[in-house]
Design a binder for this molecule. Structure first.
Ligand SMILES: [Zn+2]
Length: 260
């Protein structure tokens, strides 16, 4: 029986559903405990309510989506649009990693297109590295090992300037969990109007499906999600997601770090 925990920390409600919920559903099938957190409640992502009202609506949407995977949902209550890497934010991330005893942490790529996503990536990287250290001030006990750190794909598969990005460490074929992903995403109904306003996106849910289809095309399957593992000096390098989901890594892709 697997007793490992995967913690996703992304900037806004709906990011996790868009970027990695198909893979989370597969990890859930492998008995991982799933925890979803957002740095902000997404208060700026509304057109019918003010910031506080929108935040309440979006936290409810995120919690309902998380329930599909029997996942706990946490909001770290930073302000949407104004996420900064600072001491308070890092401590909150470390505290959450300790509270849920995360073995794996997922966040945005450091060169994602969205400023809040980039700040979140930096905060989460630092908060993860600090999670074992007893001098870092939280009420929770330090974790025994630094969690493995993975990054999800930026929307559009480009950096913040629209340029190409390095190849992912691996793709995951999410064709079998794609319907579950759509169910999770559908809870974020408030975002339809916002996406229309911001990106002239008339079909938010359809465009998200197209994105998975595009990644699937790159991977040689119907629908896929893409991941990078941080194998830098600050992190352990066990390819745990790759090993656990090896049957879902398209054959064209190598399992980085796994010399089987
Ligand atoms: Zn976002």
């Amino acid at each position: 029986m697997n007793n490992k925990t995967v913690l996703v920390i992304q900037a806004h409600p709906d990011d996790t559903e868009i970027f990695c919920s198909g893979t989370l559903a597969l990890l859930k099938e492998k008995s991982f405990k799933i925890v979803i957190a957002t740095m902000t409640p997404g208060g700026m992502g509304g057109v019918t309510h003010d910031e506080a009202g929108t935040a309440e609506i979006r936290k409810k949407e995120a919690a309902l989506a998380a329930e599909v995977l029997e996942a706990d949902y946490f909001c770290l209550e930073q302000r949407d649009g104004y996420v900064f890497d600072n001491t308070e934010a890092r401590v909150k991330v470390t505290a959450l990693i300790r509270k849920v005893k995360a073995d794996i942490v997922l966040t945005h790529l450091p060169f994602d297109y969205h400023p809040d996503h980039r700040a979140t990536s930096s905060i989460v990287e630092a908060g993860t590295i600090l999670a074992t250290l007893p001098n870092v001030p939280t009420d929770e006990t330090p974790v025994k090992a630094t969690p493995l750190l993975y990054y999800t794909s930026p929307f559009g598969f480009t950096d913040n300037m629209g340029r190409g990005i390095p190849d992912p460490s691996f793709f995951i074929d999410i064709t079998s969990t794609f319907e579950k992903k759509k169910i999770m995403l559908a809870f974020h109904n408030s975002q339809k109007q916002v996406m229309k306003l911001m990106f002239k996106m008339d079909d938010f849910f359809g465009d998200m499906s197209d994105s998975d289809k595009r990644l699937g095309h790159m991977a040689g399957v119907k629908y896929a999600e893409a991941f990078w593992q941080n194998t830098g000096a600050g992190f352990l390098k066990e390819p745990l997601i790759q090993k656990t989901l090896r049957d879902f890594i398209p054959v064209a892709n190598t399992i980085q770090g796994d010399k089987k």
